[in-house]
Design a protein around this ligand. Structure first.
Ligand SMILES: NC(=O)c1ccc[n+]([C@@H]2O[C@H](COP(=O)([O-])OP(=O)(O)OC[C@H]3O[C@@H](n4cnc5c(N)ncnc54)[C@H](O)[C@@H]3O)[C@@H](O)[C@H]2O)c1
Length: 251
């Protein structure tokens, strides 16, 4: 893992109670940033904090349902209260209603609330702090389903396309304020989200075969890209939806 020299900086990660969010919270801490770990899952969030502290880093958990504006406001305020500033934000919390019918009103509304409104609410609050500070970097989690269609999941596909749109909007809106806004578009990654599918041997073979590399990606492989996008090494990168999919969308 690369150390991007983030001593004295502060990162906020949503959906950090497991999977890609946890790996990224650990990667920010490895680079020296203090991390506000956030999730609806308090147990997972507390575990992430323990892992960061065990590795010598600094972290604090704040529960937050990203679809609720008041909770998002409190989460961002907590990062500033605890650590004094906010330099990097990874808006990563998301749901994949695997197996459910996303044309059902309730399922559709939940997808929009968490995957799209959640990212908007986070960007809204984070940008206020970053503008007052004179800059920062935001990364949103989209998906390869934010760039290509998925016949099974209208809600997931639409919200993840929406995240790419919000990312491009934010990049333009805040470019002169020194805030860079990018997205990551992961392919199939081995996390708790995909675990129920991957547990089936036949399905695992299918998932592995979906990429030219012949394997699922690992959460660390997304985390490394997120920390790089936030770092000064990516100082001229903004508005970019970075595909990390082992070549799955190359065809
Ligand atoms: N795993 C993949 O193959 C894959 C591929 C492309 C994109 N993604 C995206 O990556 C992100 C992380 O997914 P993951 O694979 O690590 O899955 P995950 O289920 O392990 O992690 C998602 C986290 O978000 C949290 N969460 C759910 N609803 C929330 C809410 N309303 N408010 C706050 N937190 C909430 C969960 O508790 C969980 O800890 C998601 O946005 C997902 O859509 C995942």
């Amino acid at each position: 893992m690369i150390n991007y020299g983030m001593n004295g900086k502060v990162a906020l990660v949503t959906g950090a109670g497991g999977g890609i969010g946890r790996a990224t919270a650990l990667a920010f801490a490895h680079s020296g940033a203090s991390v506000l770990v956030s999730d609806v899952n308090a147990t997972g969030g507390a575990e992430t904090v323990t892992m960061i502290e065990a590795a010598g880093g600094k972290a604090l958990f704040q529960a937050c349902d990203v679809s609720q504006g008041d909770q998002v406001k409190a989460m961002v305020a907590k990062a500033v209260e605890a650590f004094g500033r906010l330099d990097y934000a990874f808006n990563n919390a998301g749901i994949n209603n695997m197996g459910a019918n996303e044309y059902d009103d309730d399922v559709w509304a939940k997808s929009l609330g968490v995957n799209l409104t959640g990212v908007m609410l986070c960007m809204r609050e984070e940008s206020e702090v970053m503008m007052a500070q004179g800059g920062g970097a935001i990364v949103n989690t989209s998906s390869i389903n934010g760039l290509v269609g998925n016949p099974a999941q209208p809600g997931y596909t639409a919200t993840k396309h929406g995240v790419v749109g919000l990312t491009r909007h934010g990049a333009l809106r805040w470019a002169k304020a020194g805030i860079r806004v990018n997205a990551v578009c992961p392919g199939v990654i081995e996390t708790p989200m995909t675990a129920p599918l991957a547990a089936n041997e036949e399905m695992r073979k299918l998932l592995d075969s979906m990429t030219p590399m012949g394997r699922m990606g690992q959460a660390d492989e997304i985390a490394n890209a997120v920390v790089w996008l936030c770092s000064d090494a990516a100082s001229f990168v903004t508005g970019h939806p970075l595909v990390i999919d082992g070549g799955a969308t190359v065809f």
